[in-house]
Each structure stands twice: as C-alpha cells, then as structure tokens.
Design a protein around this ligand. Structure first.
Ligand code: AP5
Ligand code: MG
Length: 226
C-alpha cells in the first residue's frame, strides 16, 4: 500500500451530493467497508419495536434520529477487527455531538487498540438545485441497494441491476420534494457546524461534486491516493 493512502474516511455532504455513490466506489476500489447511517437506520425502521417505529417516522419526515441511537449503531458497526484496514463513514457524524462522541470512542481504552483514527474527511460540494434533481430521480436495487438515477445512472441493461442481476427496484420514502427541502435545511443548521470541526483538525478536503460520477470519483481517487 502506498504510504500516502488515506483509508479511514468520513464522507460528508448535503442530501443527494453523492455520498452513497462515491462511498460504494471507494469501498470497492480499496476493499474496505462503507457504512451508510441512512441505510443502517432504514434497516432498523423495518422492525416492529417502538424504536423501529420512531426511526421510521423520523426519517420519513427528514428529521434526525436521536443522537445516542445513531452513536450506538455506528459504534456497533465500526469497531470490529475487519475494519482496522480502513472504513468509510457515510452520513455519520452529522452533528457536532456525534463528531465528538466518535473521537471519544476512537481514543477510548476499549477501542484505541484498533488504530482507527480518521485520516480524511471528504466534503462533497453540490448546489441545491443539483441535489433536488438527483434525489427526485434516484432509485435503487431492492436486493443489493445499488444506486441508480433516471437521467444520470441507468443500469447497463434496462430493468436489470448491474451488480446482482436483480429486477426489482425501490424508491426511498424520504425522496419527495418537501422532504428534500427539509433535509437540506437540517444539513445547514445541524450538520454544517461539523465542517469547521474537521477543518481545524486539518482533515477536511472539499471536492466539487457537480460533474458526472466518474469525474468526481477521479478527483477523490487523487485525494485518497490509491
Ligand atoms: P441518508 O440516507 O444519509 O440521506 P442523506 O444524507 O439525505 O443523503 P442521501 O442518501 O439522500 O444522498 P447521498 O449523498 O448518499 O447521494 P447518492 O449517492 O444517493 O440519511 C437519511 C436519513 O436518516 C436522514 O434524513 C436522517 O433522518 C437519518 N440519519 C442519517 N444519518 C443520521 C445521523 N448520523 N444522525 C441522525 N439521523 C441520521 O446520490 C443521489 C442520486 O444522484 C443517486 O440517484 C445517484 O445515482 C445520483 N448521483 C450521484 N452522484 C452523481 C453525479 N456526480 N452526477 C449525477 N448523478 C449523481
Ligand atoms: Mg446516501
């Protein structure tokens, strides 16, 4: 591995900026796990418990789930020996309190042994009108969750997932115009303060996320150093 390879990565950006798309590409190229907090929460929301019902109603309205729940879920996923070779966090942390909790965990007696300190925080920058277009046209494979877009990323064979061959596709319940506007507001109010937190630590690199998917991933490849 080249010495400059940065493999413990946080992916930040507004809803629809391409976090999930670019995390999947990086995960494949680097052979490391990508964790989408949104996907984890949508998994929780399928259950029957009171917690599942709460999560479902919050994410469908575009509201954040309670901090402590997000932190607990991420710690459960992240701190495993297989992630010592690197990881990508997509959608976590997205509040200052979550960034601080993650740092506390990374430095704790329990987890410091894993040497998983963050190497790089990528901020995908995309104007609001782009993200609205991207989210309204998004759909995904019902089986393997690969992301597609009506205009920007169709499967190679119409109606067949490129990755798993699945023929069923779904759309997210929170991908309505009203919810996207509310998620963008939450991003500015709650998540934006995390940006200077990582800038002060010298970890933040901004990426222009407006070009086609492969152009953005090429920019990321150079920054990550693979
Ligand atoms: P989450 O699932 O993370 O949603 P989000 O942040 O709103 O981001 P998205 O997944 O909508 O967009 P993305 O940036 O991944 O873009 P994508 O790659 O899909 O979170 C959902 C909800 O869970 C939150 O609202 C909240 O309620 C809750 N939650 C999550 N994390 C939490 C936390 N830490 N604490 C508390 N609550 C939390 O791309 C979008 C589309 O565009 C796709 O169709 C793709 O094909 C296309 N596309 C991507 N890149 C390009 C490109 N360069 N050019 C053209 N098209 C592109
Ligand atoms: Mg996503």
């Amino acid at each position: 591995m080249p010495e400059m390879l940065r493999r413990n990565i946080v992916m930040m950006g507004a809803p629809g900026s391409g976090k999930g798309t670019q995390s999947a590409i990086l995960s494949e190229k680097l052979g490391i796990n990508a964790f989408s907090m949104g996907d984890i929460l949508r998994g929780v929301a399928k259950g029957d418990s009171e917690e599942a019902k709460l999560v479902k109603s919050l994410i469908e309205k575009g509201n954040m789930v309670p901090d402590q729940l997000a932190i607990r879920l991420m710690e459960n996923e992240l701190f495993k020996p297989e992630n010592e070779k690197g990881y990508i966090l997509d959608g976590f942390p997205r509040e200052l309190s979550q960034a601080e909790a993650l740092d506390t965990a990374l430095n704790s007696e329990k987890y410091a042994q894993y040497h998983m300190n963050i190497d790089l925080v990528l901020l995908l920058q995309v104007p609001d009108d782009y993200v609205i277009d991207r989210i309204i046209g998004r759909y995904q494979c019902a089986h393997c969750k690969t992301l597609y877009h009506e205009k920007f990323k169709q499967p190679h064979v119409y109606g067949v997932c490129d990755v798993c061959g699945g023929k069923e596709f779904t759309r997210r319940a929170d991908d309505t115009y009203e919810t996207v506007v509310s998620r963008l507001r939450t991003f500015r109010r709650v998540t934006a303060p995390v940006i200077p937190y990582y800038e002060m630590k010298g970890l933040l690199v901004c990426v222009d996320g407006t070009g086609p998917i492969d152009v953005v991933s090429e920019k990321i490849r150079k920054i990550v150093g693979y």
